[in-house]
Design a protein around this ligand. Structure first.
Ligand code: NAD
Length: 324
C-alpha cells in the first residue's frame, strides 16, 4: 500500500510515519510512505531521521493548499492520512488566518484532489476541541460541534467538509477526534514540552488561571495506533473519538511534572487565563473500542519517558511560546 502522510514532519505525523515504516503495524511490512509537509516552525526533518534512508520513504516539501502539487502527489498514493495543520490554540488567538488557510482550505483541496485521483480512503486527523467544553460526562461522536477557539473552529470546518465530501461525492473519508497528545518530540509550545523544557532550563512555567482546566491525556503511540485502526477497520463517512482515558487538571499535571523534575511550586508563575479557555474535554471512546481500540501506554511511564527524552535531546528544542 502507498500512503500519503500530510504533516508527517510534525509531532504526531512523524510518530505515525516511523511506526508505519519501522514495522509497528502488522500487514504493512511493504508499505510505501510519501510525506508531504510544508515544514512550518512546527515541522522538523529531524523527526524523520530514523526513516530517512528507508527504501519505502519519500519526502516532498510542499503545502496542502497547493492544488497543482496535490494533483501530482495524491494520485501516486492509495490512501491519504492528513495530519497537516496549524495546531497551537494560543497562536490562533493572536492570528487566525493561517489556521483557516491550512486547516479549512488545505483540507478541502486535499479532499478534492483525493476525489479526482480516486483515492481509496482519506483519514482526517481532528481533535476533541471541536466539541467545545463539557462540565461532566463525555462526548460521543454525535455531539454537536461547538468550537470555542479559532483553532478548533478551523478544525470543525475541516470535519464538516469531510462529511460533505462523503455525503455529496461518496468519498471514503473517516475522521478521528483525539484528546491531548503527549510523548517525545513535541514542539515546545504545548503544555507538557513547554513546561519540561522550561524547568530543565531553570525557568518558571506559566500556569493559566486557576489551573483547574481538565484535559484528557493520550500517548502519541496510542493515538497513532487508533488512527491505523480506523484506516484498517473503520467505515467510510464515520467519525471516531480516540482518548487516553487519563483526566487531569492542569494543576495536577503541573504537580507531576514538578515532581518528575525534582523542583517545587516556586517554579510556577500564575498567569491570566487564556481567552475563551475551555474548562474540560472528555471523550467517550465506545465506538472505536468496538473495532478493537485500547490505549496501552501507562500515563506515568509515558510521561517519565517523555521527560527523559527532553532531558536527553536538548539539541532538539527551540524556544516556544504559550502553553496548551
Ligand atoms: P504539529 O504542529 O506538531 O505538526 C503539524 C505539521 O503540519 C508540521 O510538520 C507542519 O510543518 C505541517 N504543516 C502545517 N501547515 C501545512 C501545510 N499548509 N501544508 C503541509 N504541511 C503543513 O501538530 P501535531 O501535534 O503533530 O498534530 C497533528 C494533527 O493532530 C493536527 O491535525 C492536529 O489538529 C491534531 N491534533 C493534535 C493534538 C495534540 O495534542 N498535539 C490533539 C488533537 C488533535
Amino acid at each position: 500500500m502507498r500512503i500519503l502522510v500530510t504533516g508527517g514532519a510534525g509531532f504526531i505525523g512523524s510518530h505515525y510515519v516511523r511506526s508505519l515504516l519501522l514495522g509497528s503495524y502488522p500487514g504493512y511490512e511493504d508499505v510505501r510512505v510519501t510525506v508531504l509537509d510544508k515544514l512550518t516552525y512546527a515541522g522538523d526533518l529531524a523527526n524523520l531521521a530514523a526513516v530517512a534512508g528507508h527504501p519505502g520513504y519519500t519526502f516532498v516539501r510542499g503545502d496542502i493548499t497547493d492544488p497543482r502539487l496535490l494533483s501530482e502527489v495524491v494520485p501516486r498514493c492509495d490512501v491519504v492520512v492528513n495530519f497537516a495543520a496549524e495546531t497551537h490554540v494560543d497562536r490562533s488567538i493572536t492570528g487566525a488566518g493561517d489556521f483557516v488557510t491550512t486547516n479549512v482550505l488545505g483540507t478541502q483541496r486535499l479532499l478534492q484532489a483525493a476525489l479526482e485521483a480516486g483515492t481509496r480512503t482519506v483519514v482526517q486527523v481532528s481533535t476533541d476541541e471541536v466539541y467545545g467544553s463539557i462540565a461532566r460526562g463525555a462526548w460521543t461522536e454525535d455531539e454537536p460541534l461547538l468550537p470555542n477557539s479559532p483553532y478548533s473552529a478551523s478544525k470543525a470546518g475541516a470535519d464538516l467538509l469531510c462529511r460533505a465530501y462523503h455525503r455529496t461525492h461518496g468519498l471514503d473519508v473517516r475522521v478521528t477526534r483525539c484528546s491531548n497528545n503527549y510523548g517525545p518530540g513535541q514542539y515546545p509550545e504545548k503544555l507538557i514540552p513547554l513546561f519540561v523544557t522550561t524547568l530543565l532550563d531553570g525557568g518558571r512555567v506559566p500556569l493559566y488561571g486557576d489551573g483547574l482546566n481538565v484535559r484528557e491525556w493520550l500517548h502519541v503511540d496510542d493515538h497513532c495506533r487508533g488512527v491505523q485502526l480506523v484506516l484498517d477497520k473503520g467505515s467510510p463517512g464515520e467519525v471516531y473519538n480516540i482518548g487516553g482515558g487519563v483526566e487531569l487538571t492542569n494543576r495536577e499535571l503541573t504537580g507531576r511534572l514538578l515532581a518528575a523534575l525534582g523542583v517545587g511550586w516556586d517554579r510556577v508563575e500564575h498567569v491570566p487565563d487564556r481567552l475563551g479557555h475551555d474548562q474540560r474535554y472528555a471523550l467517550d471512546c465506545g465506538k472505536i473500542r468496538r473495532i478493537g481500540y485500547e490505549p496501552l501506554v501507562d500515563f506515568d511511564e509515558g510521561l517519565a519517558a517523555a521527560v527523559r527524552w527532553y532531558r536527553d535531546h536538548r539539541d532538539r528544542w527551540r524556544p516556544g511560546g504559550g502553553a496548551r
